[in-house]
Design a protein around this ligand. Structure first.
Ligand code: MGD
Ligand code: MGD
Ligand code: MO
Length: 797
């Protein structure tokens, strides 16, 4: 058993090196509350981690009705027993004393406690009134990537076919909308081609805008173990910061933020120029190569070197590694998805794999990564606004099929246009056409761009805001009704990680007070609204997690994400299982596209694709003539400069992101003592040269200002590229002495005070990683003003 004592100092723990093609060794990690030994544990309850998308399987230790620790599941394919720092310590938040235990309603401007009937009746009454007076378009839902599959499916059915609104999206819009979009653009349908096992076989691993070491610590352990074993893979890292991934890379390309497309086009140029393409694969499985070849013809490494400010020789070296790989695994995450030209760039990574024929074989993996633990389910179940089961809203056959599954009229499922994306839902609320917004499991008052605007949208009197959360978050403080939710460990359900592995998470303990599972809340609402199918039966005929799962299985049948071969029983005891899992593939499916591209056929695809520059949807006839046989589509993209570039007033580029110790707005990790102590307050990173140029030093209190607003943070000098400032976005206001945002005209500490309201035209994912900023001194390190920056416990440096 691996001792976790030092897992704050060493997040990845001890190495278990292994050779290519051999199984990743087991290492079982465990952390128990102080004073508790394994003998004290009364029950171990099966689950998996919900603090990232990796899907680390674990058992929850229970004693006297409380969670007292976690232990990795050594038999699981994903982690073979290993856990990361957030997995080991994050569970403590479940027992935080400030959990919400009763519903709250706004009375005379204040939130006051009430009972469930009062709260739910208020929601049902407002819904009914709005449906009568303004129609379904006045109601919107903004959900998350952190509930369970059963909950999303129920929410999707009640929103799509009960309320009949098109305004349903998740914070997955901020997270993996580009992953989904890139997969749709290339393969016609969402669904991760690769498998984590590809790490065991790869001879080359490339990480594009993915700080895996900090954000998928267990997956990174797998790579570290390969790097320490015989015949290690070569590693390519593309990130403007000198991350722990960059430190281990054979080539680290640190491009100017927002220039991914230029860099990728140059890599593609080199690989094509040197003839390292798989002609046979291209001819059999793809359409569009000639357009790509023409597009990148002039994108030489020297051309890109100028734009990206990366030496041409380094680009050539990376191209040499990628071009000579025989088993290439690539991952893509927020450095691409939240940056300029997100979808266009993510698609070029798909193209890299297509032109090299690197798909569907062990080691040839493509992971358009997820971030949140259950983001995959938000997408599959249609809680991101797409139609459930990766069905195509432009394909009447698909809508008819769904209408049949739900036993409703086809025209009662809105499919007149693409689903409303989250930023547009907030825009409708701002303009006043949307009058009710039900927010579940997300904290937009800290996580959306340009927070002053978001706060003013949510605070409007005419907008009825429901917030369903564990805590009185910055968002919940602005709500009209707050519903106390039960969470992981307190409810049962399934969820699917970034490589399609489905895990069961069982209820271990009772939720605090009157808190209820999100599923029960949705079912209660559906019952109060009395949603009916076309024969007068209940629209939602299920009553608990397992019956909801069964309903979803029927909906997924025959679609790419087919769950029909799974069951709670099959998920109990052993390892998680990768979808599709059917009677023909009862053990699940390691890799998609092993025998060619299966889901891009015009009759089957989830999307006919979009223009990579404008985002305009391709119409069905055009798609059919372009891709009649359903091959992978190779889409080229021209590089365009970022919208908000540097200026004299704002000479730096601001990028925001994560640290290993915290999860998002810290509602959980900020309440876990070890994690909170490891990174208690916000900081800002610039290079030593940049600091020297501005007369700043480590530990100074600085102000980061953009055209939207300003925040204050302690300065850290790091090996980030010059001209860039990085700020973690985890720090809001709930744990400042005031407990809420200071007045809008004073600098705050949430990174999103400064970020821009702008999004990728294709995936509609907001740009959290390209804004122009300046950094100025507020107070010198050690001065009294610097010490009380946010009146929080620590300095964060
Ligand atoms: N510890 C921790 N782990 C997490 C989470 C967490 O909050 N904390 N959240 C989970 C979730 S929801 C997500 S989405 C993932 C996110 O996981 P990651 O994407 O790995 O995390 P980020 O820090 O957002 O961004 C990754 C990197 O993008 C780089 N970057 C910025 N701009 C550019 C650019 O223009 N080009 C390139 N190539 N790179 C750029 C940044 O320097 C940063 O190191 O992590 C998941 N895991
Ligand atoms: N500047 C900047 N902004 C970003 C990003 C960035 O890199 N930079 N990243 C973006 C990304 S990738 C993401 S994923 C988002 C994340 O942004 P958010 O989703 O806003 O962040 P969380 O803190 O995870 O919020 C989840 C909320 O759900 C609650 N919750 C947890 N479990 C449950 C449950 O079981 N039921 C219910 N009802 N509630 C629950 C938590 O208490 C918490 O309040 O932030 C985005 N914003
Ligand atoms: Mo995310």
């Amino acid at each position: 058993m691996h001792s976790p004592e030092d897992r704050i100092a060493d997040p990845w723990g001890a190495r278990t090196p292994y050779a290519p093609g051999t199984p990743w060794p087991v290492r079982t990690d465990m952390h128990l509350a102080e004073g508790i030994t394994e003998d004290d544990v009364e029950r171990w309850v099966q689950s998996a981690s919900v603090l990232h998308s990796n899907g680390d399987a674990l058992d929850i230790a229970v004693r006297a009705g409380r969670i007292v620790g976690v232990r990795g599941r050594h038999g699981d394919r994903v982690n073979r027993g290993r856990l990361g720092p957030k997995d080991l310590y994050g569970w403590q938040a479940n027992h935080a004393p400030d959990r919400l235990t009763r519903p709250l309603v706004r009375e005379g401007g204040r939130l006051v406690e009430t009972d469930w009937d009062t709260a739910m009746d208020r929601i049902a009454a407002r819904t009914t009134q709005l449906l009568d007076e303004r129609g379904p378009g006045s109601i919107g839902f903004y959900t998350t990537g952190q509930l369970f599959l059963e909950e999303y499916y129920t929410l999707a059915v009640l929103a799509h076919a009960g309320i009949r609104t098109n305004h349903l999206d998740g914070n997955t819009r901020l997270c993996t909308a580009t992953a989904a979009e890139a997969l749709k653009e290339t393969f016609g349908t969402d669904g991760q081609p690769g498998s984590y096992e590809d790490i065991d076989h790869a001879d080359t691993v490339a990480l594009f805008g993915h700080n895996m070491a900090e954000t998928q610590t267990v997956l990174w352990m797998r790579i570290l173990d390969r790097l320490e074993g015989s015949d290690p893979p070569r590693l390519v890292c593309v990130d403007p910061r000198h991350t722990p991934v960059a430190r281990r890379a054979d080539v680290h390309l640190a491009p100017r933020p927002g220039t991914n497309v230029a860099l990728l086009n140059a890599l593609l140029h080199e690989i094509i120029r040197t003839g390292r393409i798989d002609r046979a694969y291209l001819d059999t499985h793809t359409a569009g190569f000639d357009e790509l070849a023409a597009r990148v013809e002039r994108c030489t490494p020297r051309w890109a070197a100028e734009i990206c400010d990366v030496p041409a020789a380094e680009i050539e070296r990376a191209a040499e590694i990628l071009g000579s790989a025989r088993r290439l695994l690539s991952t893509v995450l927020q450095g691409v998805y939240q940056s300029h030209q997100a979808s266009a760039a993510a698609v070029q990574v798909n193209n890299l794999h297509l032109i090299r024929g690197m798909l569907g074989r062990p080691g040839c993996g493509l992971l358009q990564m997820n971030g949140q633990p259950t983001a995959q389910n938000t997408r599959e179940c249609g809680a991101d606004g797409d139609l459930p089961g990766f069905r195509n809203w432009q394909n009447d056959q698909h809508v008819a099929e769904l209408a049949q599954v739900w036993n409703v009229e086809q025209e009662n499922i809105p499919h007149y246009g693409p689903p409303t994306h989250a930023m547009q839902i907030f825009r409708y609320a701002e303009q006043g056409s949307l009058r009710m917004l039900w927010i579940t499991g997300t904290n937009p008052a800290v996580s959306l761009p340009e927070l002053a605007r978001i706060r003013s949208v949510l605070a409007q009197k005419r907008l009825f805001v429901v917030v369903q959360d564990l805590f009185l978050t910055e968002t919940a403080q602005l709500a009209d009704v707050v519903l106390p939710a039960a969470t992981w460990g307190e409810k049962t359900g399934t969820f699917t990680n970034a490589d399609r592995t489905v895990h069961l998470s069982e209820k271990a303990v009772e939720p605090p007070g009157e808190a209820r599972a999100d599923l029960d809340i949705f079912l209660d609402f559906a019952a109060r609204m009395d949603f009916r199918d076309k024969d007068g039966g209940p629209l939602i005929g299920w009553h608990d997690p397992e019956s909801a799962f069964a309903a979803w299985q029927r909906c997924s049948a025959g679609r790419p994400c087919d769950y029909t071969g799974l069951s709670y029983d099959r998920l109990r005891g052993g390892s998680g299982i990768q979808w599709p899992c059917t009677a023909e593939a009862p053990e699940g499916t390691a890799r998609l596209y092993t025998d060619g591209i299966d889901h891009a056929h015009p009759d089957r695809c989830e999307s006919y694709g979009k223009d990579l520059v404008t985002g305009a949807t391709v119409d069905p006839v055009e798609y059919r003539s372009l891709n009649p046989d359903g091959k992978a589509v190779i889409k080229a993209a021209e590089y365009l400069p970022p919208h908000e570039d540097r200026s004299d007033e704002h000479p730096l580029q601001l990028i925001t992101g994560r640290t290993v110790y915290h999860f998002h707005t810290r509602t959980k990790t900020g309440r876990a003592p070890e994690l909170n102590a490891a990174a208690p307050d916000v900081w800002a990173e610039i290079s030593p040269a940049e600091a020297a140029a501005q007369g700043l030093s480590d530990g100074d209190l600085v102000q980061i200002t953009t055209p939207r607003g300003a925040i204050r943070a302690r300065l850290r000098t790091t090996a980030i590229r010059d001209g860039v400032v990085f700020v973690p976005f985890h720090y809001g206001y709930w744990d400042t002495p005031a407990g809420h945002r200071p007045p809008d005209d004073t600098p705050g500490r949430a990174a999103n005070e400064t970020t821009v309201t702008d999004w990728d035209p294709v995936s509609k994912q907001p740009l959290f990683k390209t804004a122009a900023a300046r950094v100025t001194l507020v107070a010198r390190r050690g001065s009294r003003a610097a010490a009380s920056a946010h009146d929080t416990a620590g300095s964060g440096t």
